[in-house]
Ligand binder design. Structure first.
Ligand code: ADP
Ligand code: MG
Length: 226
C-alpha cells in the first residue's frame, strides 16, 4: 500500500489559512497573557501561585510561537534560515515530544547517521517534525501504546527521514486525503498538521512516501535533496 503524493494544488490555500488561524488565535493569547502578567505582580498571591502563573505564561508563549510558525510559514523565508544538519532538529523535537509520548505509553526509538547539510527554515522544520511525531503517537494512543521509530540517514546526496509508528494505520483512500485542509478523523483534530508537513517538504524540494497498513502502522519516508 505505497503511495507517492505531492498535492501541489493543496498548497495554495495555505497562505490564507495561516493568516486566519494566526489572527483568530493570537488575540486571545495576547489578552490572556496580559491578565496573567498583571496577576503575577499581585500581592494577593503566594510564591506557589506565582510559579503556576509563570508556567502558564511560558506555555502561552509557546503557543504564540506555534502560531507565529504558521504565519511565518506563509511569508517568504527570512530569520529562521540556517545551514545545518537536520539531525539536530530531529533530536531537539524528539525531546520536546517525549512527555507526550510517555503519557500515551509510546516508546521512542531514535537513530541517526547523517552529516549532510542543507539550507532550511529551522522553525518550519521543527514544526513539521512535531506534527509527524504527534500524529504517530496519536495513532498508537487508541492501541494503548507502541513504538515510534525516528531515523535520519543519507542516501547519495539526499537526506532521508523515516518516521514510523505501530498505530492504527490508514487505507489507500485515507492516505490520499492526507494534507487536505481540515481533513481529520480525530474528535479534536485541526486537520492542519499534514498540510503544514507537505508544504514544508515541498519548499525543501523534497517528497513524501507513505506506507501504511490498517491496524499495523504507518511509515512516512521523506526524501530531501541537498
Ligand atoms: P489532525 O492530527 O489534527 O487530525 P493532521 O493533518 O495532522 O490533522 O492529520 C490528518 C489525519 O490524517 C488524521 O486525523 C489521521 O486520520 C490521519 N493520519 C495522519 N498521520 C497518521 C498516522 N501516523 N497514522 C494514522 N493516521 C494518520
Ligand atoms: Mg496532527
Amino acid at each position: 500500500n505505497r503511495d507517492r503524493i505531492m498535492h501541489s494544488e493543496r498548497l495554495n490555500v495555505v497562505s490564507e489559512l495561516a493568516a486566519s488561524v494566526s489572527h483568530e488565535i493570537r488575540n486571545p493569547l495576547t489578552v490572556t497573557s496580559g491578565f496573567l502578567q498583571l496577576l503575577s505582580k499581585s500581592k494577593a498571591i503566594g510564591p506557589e501561585e506565582k510559579e503556576y502563573v509563570e508556567l502558564s505564561l511560558q506555555e502561552l508563549r509557546r503557543a504564540e510561537k506555534i502560531v507565529s510558525d504558521y504565519l511565518s510559514f506563509a511569508k517568504p523565508q527570512s530569520d529562521n534560515m540556517v545551514y545545518s544538519d537536520m539531525s539536530e532538529e530531529l533530536e531537539y523535537t524528539k525531546s520536546v515530544i517525549m512527555p507526550y509520548a510517555s503519557i500515551h505509553k509510546v516508546e521512542v526509538a531514535f537513530s541517526f547517521n547523517n552529516s549532510l547539510k542543507k539550507h532550511y527554515d529551522r522553525n518550519q522544520v521543527q514544526q513539521c517534525l512535531i506534527n509527524l511525531y504527534k500524529n504517530g503517537i496519536e495513532a498508537m494512543k487508541e492501541k494503548g501504546g507502541g513504538i515510534l521509530f525516528i531515523d535520519i540517514s543519507e542516501k547519495k546526496q539526499n537526506i532521508v527521514i523515516r518516521i514510523e509508528d505501530t498505530g492504527v494505520g490508514m487505507t489507500k483512500e485515507e492516505i490520499s486525503r492526507l494534507g487536505k485542509p481540515y481533513y481529520s478523523t480525530k474528535e479534536e483534530g485541526t486537520g492542519l498538521g499534514m498540510l503544514m508537513v507537505y508544504s514544508t517538504v515541498d519548499k525543501l524540494k523534497g517528497f513524501i512516501e507513505v506506507e501504511s497498513e490498517k491496524g499495523k502502522g504507518t511509515t512516512f519516508l521523506i526524501t530531501i535533496p541537498t
